[in-house]
Design a binder for this molecule. Structure first.
Ligand SMILES: Nc1ncnc2c1ncn2[C@@H]1O[C@H](COP(=O)(O)OP(=O)(O)OP(=O)(O)O)[C@@H](O)[C@H]1O
Ligand SMILES: [Mg+2]
Length: 431
């Protein structure tokens, strides 16, 4: 039977909770101040502590800190009449499992107790799937996957990176095109030079032209001094032209010339500048179809796709999901200073079965969200917000191949409202 200690200076709270928890068959103990509470924790080694914040001797947050220092696996739920923003934030940062206000809603407390004890059990039972420390640089510059399609991609990266050949990477949104470009750059002869990425949709044509090729002073109203473009800045490195399908016909002609002649001029300038950079472009459109429709120059398409790599959607390499999950958990732990290392079997199963419309990026974002919400070291099922967003809203989400943040936000709010039975107060706390 799970052991629970209640620490509260208020006698009636202690009594009510003790009675209630004993009825639920928990082994219940109580202390009327922080110090006694901590002594009791050390003596009894409980599964869970429920502690008040304002007490005459030590504050509940200090109690929380000392308990976590003594044994990180002991769960702590803070209950208080004093529910200001700062204490709530600090309590959650210090590893409280939950923070509830008085008078305690007994149903919410019960849910919290069960979840925290479940979390503790999982944590004791499961093995860690990731190491305790990792190198951030390597985590950001590694392609994960052992499926046969990924092995083919590794071979292609090996071939492409040994030369300065022009590469086109095609594949759905979020499948890792930019990552592949970076690895081609950093694993071969370009590695000691810059990698410069530019997104062809992000700006109007004239600005993009000057970003790519630079301009001279006076070339247009805002050109107050000479400026080097990305092709110059990349030197002998790599220039990554992302979303190349969005480039205007006009600029396509200019780019074609650069690729043919290996030289260019700054906008408004006359000096001819040699082009030494290797060009890698990427798109999530079928570029060949755009050529057929007359929206993309055929000659440019052939120039860009001398060497072509296709990055497959995640549904075609489900075998890689487990490895990707472990990899992202490790990466996200480093970024967020969290230590989620254990994954229950059913959670891994859900992740493997899910239809990842947004591919690897969606998987990574889902895990990021779950890890932010996780307490302790277990990836809890309740924090995986998978289903509803995608099921009833995939069309809206995938505008232009990208997830629109405001739609995801709206769906997330709706989901939390549903899950809390439209209790606006609880929903807003969770959100
Ligand atoms: N095989 C992989 N192993 C590890 N991380 C990956 C892998 N594929 C993608 N990622 C990660 O997923 C995220 C999305 O990848 P990336 O930005 O390269 O996708 P993309 O194809 O360029 O997407 P978009 O078309 O939307 O621009 C990045 O954080 C990337 O590091
Ligand atoms: Mg990209």
């Amino acid at each position: 039977m799970a052991k629970i200690i209640i620490i509260d200076d208020d006698e009636s709270t202690r009594e009510t909770l003790t009675t209630y928890l004993s009825e639920l068959n928990f082994d219940t103990y109580s202390a009327d101040c922080g110090k006694k509470g901590i002594d009791l924790v050390k003596k009894i080694n409980p599964d869970l502590v429920i502690s008040d914040v304002n007490m005459p001797d030590i504050n509940g947050l200090e109690v929380l800190r000392q308990i976590k220092e003594f044994d990180d696996l002991i769960q702590v739920i803070i209950i208080t009449a004093f529910d200001d923003m700062n204490t709530t934030i600090i309590a959650m940062q210090k590893g409280a499992y939950d923070y509830l206000e008085k008078p305690v809603d007994i149903n919410r407390l019960k849910i919290s107790i069960n979840r925290s004890l479940e979390n503790r059990k999982m944590s004791q039972r499961l093995e860690s799937v990731t190491p305790n420390s990792s190198i951030e640089y390597e985590l950001n510059n590694t392609i994960v996957g052992r499926s046969s399609v990924m092995r083919e991609i590794y071979k292609k990266i090996g071939q492409a990176s040994a030369t300065r050949i022009t590469v086109l990477i095609q594949g759905d949104s979020g499948t890792g095109k930019e990552l592949i470009a970076k690895i081609i750059h950093s694993s071969g002869i370009t590695k000691d030079f810059p990698f410069i990425a530019i997104n062809c949709t992000a700006m109007p044509e004239t600005l993009l032209e000057s970003e790519l090729f630079g301009h001279v002073k006076g070339a247009f109203t805002d050109a107050v001094k000479d400026k080097r473009g990305k092709f110059e800045l990349a030197g002998e490195g790599t220039i990554f032209l992302d979303e190349i399908s969005e480039m205007s016909i006009n600029l396509q002609a200019k780019l074609l010339r650069v690729l043919q002649e290996h030289e260019f001029e700054r906008v408004g300038g006359e000096a001819v500048i040699p082009m030494k950079a290797r060009v890698i472009s990427a798109t999530n459109c079928d570029l060949h179809k755009l050529v057929e429709k007359g929206k993309f120059r055929e000659d440019l398409f052939y120039r860009l796709s001398v060497f072509s790599i296709y990055s497959p959607p995640l549904r075609d390499r489900r075998d890689d999901i487990e490895l990707l999950v472990k990899h992202f958990i490790e990466k996200i732990n480093v970024t967020l200073h969290k230590s989620v290392r254990k994954i229950p079997d059913d959670v891994m199963k859900m992740l493997k079965m899910h239809d990842w419309k947004g591919n690897v990026r969606e998987l990574e974002n889902t895990l990021m969200q779950a890890i932010v919400l996780s307490k302790g070291d277990v990836l809890e099922k309740e924090n995986l917000l998978l289903n509803d967003i995608k099921r009833d809203n995939e069309q809206d989400c995938l505008v232009g191949g990208n997830f629109k943040l405001e739609i995801i936000e709206k769906k997330h709010i709706e989901l939390i409202l549903k899950k809390t039975d439209f209790d606006i107060k609880i929903a807003s706390e969770i959100l």
